[in-house]
Design a protein. Structure first.
Length: 170
């Protein structure tokens, strides 16, 4: 939700979302950071490669200004059926995820989380704005501007060059 409900959000930093423990997180705390926002699932065919590569990217660039925001979603093949607690346990134990994991959300439809409505409005997909599957990725610059969108099959490691460019690393 934007802090002033009468104004449209201009950046990711205008949103407050719930983390997996139910706490409010004001995304303005990420001002100055490059963000990779991903809708994740524990039981998808893309899970192992995405979680593994996201952990590597995070390890490599977290001290240089990268933050990964994971939003669990159960809208695709019911591949994220667990509770927030189970999802955190899975991601943190099996894949050593150190980045924040948020409350389970819908990314499509009338109940889509406001942040996902914003992301889709800023960067539509090839086949329309809807998120097509788990692990759709949005790259956001230090000012909260959505700069790119990647398909679920795009590996996190293949986005590294775009992340480095935003971070100003050659």
């Amino acid at each position: 939700m934007a802090s002033d409900s009468s104004s449209q959000p201009n950046s990711i930093h205008d949103f407050v979302v719930k983390d997996a423990r139910g706490n409010d997180v004001d995304l303005s705390i990420y001002k100055g950071k490059v963000l990779l926002i991903v809708n994740v699932a524990s039981q998808c065919g893309l899970t192992n490669s995405n979680y593994t590569e996201m952990a590597k990217l995070y390890e490599k660039y977290k001290d240089k200004g990268l933050e990964i925001l994971a939003f669990p979603c159960n809208q695709f093949g019911n591949q994220e059926p667990g509770t927030n607690e189970e999802i955190m346990q899975f991601a943190c134990t099996r894949f050593k995820a150190e980045y924040p994991i948020f409350d389970k959300v819908d990314v499509n439809g009338s109940n889509a989380a406001p942040i996902y409505k914003f992301l889709k409005a800023k960067k539509g997909g090839i086949f329309g704005d809807g998120i097509k599957w788990n692990f759709t990725k949005f790259l956001v610059d230090q000012n909260g501007v959505v700069v790119d969108r990647y398909a679920p099959t795009t590996s996190p490691s293949s986005i590294e060059k775009d992340i480095k460019k935003l971070l100003g690393i050659s």
